[in-house]
Structures are given as C-alpha cells and as structure tokens.
Design a protein around this ligand. Sequence first.
Ligand code: FES
Length: 80
Amino acid sequence: MAEEPTVAAREPMAVEVEAGKTYAWCACGKSGKQPFCDGSHSGSAFSPVIHKAEKSETVYFCMCKHSGAKPFCDGSHEKV
Ligand code: FES
C-alpha cells in the first residue's frame, strides 16, 4: 500500500521565489519548515521535490501534499 502524505494545510502557501535559486518542497507533509523540506521525511517513502526558479515571482506551493502538479497547488486541497 502506498504511503499517504500528511496534509500540512488545506490551502497553498504563496512564496516569492528568486530567479536561479533552488527550493526543496516537502512532499511528506511532516516538515516543520513548510512548505520546504527539513529532513523529517527520513525513513519514509517520500523525498522532497526540487524546484529551480527560472524567474523571480510569486508561486503557490502545495500544502495538502496531494497536488497532481507538485510542488505547486492545483486545487486538490478541496478534495482531501
Ligand atoms: Fe517532507 Fe522532507 S520533510 S519531504
């Protein structure tokens, strides 16, 4: 049976990313530094999803961890 991620929140988190920077999005939902990975996934089936920002902009990171467009929100939090 596939391990289910923990729902960290039921709404996305807006983050201003900087061009050229790399972000490690928490896929497991257990990080204390949401929406980013803090290593809490250790020992689970999850590993972070790396996002390299192409430009400086505001992006909406998925917090329910069930998005079909990880690491970004696709509205799946309405259904979890
Ligand atoms: Fe969640 Fe690393 S802490 S993926």
